[in-house]
Design a protein around this ligand. Structure first.
Ligand code: 4AD
Ligand code: MG
Length: 431
């Protein structure tokens, strides 16, 4: 019996007869030869159907079989220097499992809306497939980093009654007569958890009713959020730096074929080495002024400012100590300048902008109550969260990294919508 193998592992079967179970990606013909590009989910291989090697029925089938038909192909694995994967298959038989109807996505150019409406099929295409393979490796790298560095995974709830990142982007839903929100961040739950476990992280979907249509915003995105007890802002920046170096190096190690398929400039990723520049908000505003970019001191940076700042460096840049007024309620005030928050945003290079937001948390009970009131939030709703400051309060810090923006940067994508399998955007809830 001929073994069914995965194309990804085809190198282990050179000279052997194998069976591939997959779909027809593309084909071309020249007289006595049909070249079938067959993909099986793991990779794509060229299968060569030579008239002299197969029955007339199989040769005829190979001639008319439609794009994305399901096929089982048997043949001999041959080394081939011209092949992108280094091998091709000399076909001995083809079995049609299911004939595909006329496939809507052809090699010709399609508009983004059309492709997004066919996202469930578009993910079969080589570029989209490569991006989602990198996503898989990126997420594995993230988990390995925290698991190997003594962090405990603590899952945060999705349904909550707290607004972590401001009240303007909340999705609400009825919860047996109460209002529940979809979580914007797991941070408020990681803070008590770090007092129980020391070093923790959560990783899950987060939701923001972003009414802006930008290339950086999704309404549902995945965030990983470490939180560490007895860690200050400097420690937080070291952690972010070490973590980013690790995950980029891992993707470079595991995803060369995918990055090559995406025509990513690998040298840009290889430049992601310690130390990352650390600049204060004040220094960043000076860079903007030198570059003649319009900016009001005291404001938060917008996408256009982040683009200019991140283009200024060949590796991620960490901008710390923003004005407290533009940041979330939970941030600790800088003891040297109470108008500044002990926070950090990490901007990815090449004009990408913010991929990480984090900082040191306010650990003083009274100061935090003050901030909750200033932000118009209910002290009652945050009573449990204030317990973190009631029972053994310590300096602590953490951050959140957005998976889609990070993946978009690593893969060199223009828009975050391609970095998640089924994107949710304003105006898109399907497929
Ligand atoms: O800067 P943000 O809002 O920080 C927090 O949520 C903190 N509570 C995290 C923490 O300290 N534990 O979001 C963190 C990251 C951003 O840097 C960005 O990468 C991503 O989450 N992000 C988004 N990604 C896609 N679409 C959106 N609408 C996003 N909003 C934030
Ligand atoms: Mg932020």
């Amino acid at each position: 019996m001929v073994p069914t193998v995965s194309i990804r592992h085809i190198a282990e079967h050179v000279g052997q007869s194998v069976r591939l179970a997959g779909w027809l990606y593309n084909k071309r013909s020249s007289g006595k030869l049909h070249f079938l590009q067959v993909r099986d989910g793991s990779a794509t291989i060229q299968c060569v159907v030579f008239k002299g090697n197969v029955s007339p029925e199989v040769f005829e089938l190979a001639d008319h079989v439609s794009q994305e038909s399901a096929l089982i192909v048997e043949g001999t694995v041959k080394e081939d220097a011209r092949s992108p994967i280094g091998f091709e298959l000399d076909v001995t038989s083809v079995e049609l499992v299911s004939e595909a109807q006329e496939y809507p996505i052809s090699p010709k150019e399609h508009g983004v809306d059309f492709l997004m409406n066919h996202r469930h099929l578009w993910m079969r295409s080589s570029r989209q497939h490569a991006v989602l393979r990198v996503r898989h490796q990126l997420i594995k790298a993230i988990r390995d980093y925290f698991d190997d560095n003594d962090f405990t995974l603590i899952d945060a709830p999705i349904l909550t009654n707290n607004a972590c990142e401001g009240t303007t982007t909340l999705f609400s839903t009825d919860y047996f007569g109460e209002t529940a929100y979809l979580s914007q961040s797991g941070q408020l739950y990681m803070e008590p958890a770090c007092q129980a476990f020391g070093k923790v992280y959560c990783f899950g979907p987060t939701f923001r009713a972003e009414k802006s249509k930008t290339r950086r915003h999704l309404t549902e995105f995945w965030m990983v959020e470490p939180e560490v007890a007895y860690m200050d802002l400097a420690g937080d920046m070291e952690l972010a730096e070490d973590f980013l170096c690790f995950i980029v190096a891992r993707v470079l190690e595991k995803c060369r074929p995918e990055l090559t398929a995406l025509e990513r400039d690998i040298s840009k990723l290889e430049a992601v080495q310690k130390p990352f520049p650390r600049i204060s908000y004040d220094e960043a505003t000076k860079i903007l002024a030198e570059k003649g970019v319009e900016f009001e001191y005291g404001d938060d940076f917008g996408a256009e400012h982040e683009t200019v700042l991140s283009e200024n460096f060949d590796r991620p840049v960490m901008i710390h100590r923003y004005p407290a007024a533009v940041k979330a309620f939970y941030m600790k005030a800088d003891p040297r300048d109470a108008k500044k928050a002990l926070c950090v945003d990490v901007l990815a290079p090449e004009g990408i902008g913010e991929i990480i937001g984090g900082g040191q948390r306010e650990d003083d009970y009274d100061a935090l109550v003050e901030r909750i009131k200033e932000h118009g939030l209910s002290e009652d709703d945050f009573s449990w969260y204030l317990d973190v400051r009631r029972y053994g309060s310590v300096p602590h810090a953490g951050f959140g990294l957005g998976i889609e923006r990070t993946l978009g940067w690593i893969c060199g994508l223009h828009h975050v919508r391609e970095s998640i399998p089924f994107p949710r955007l304003m105006g898109r809830l399907s497929p």
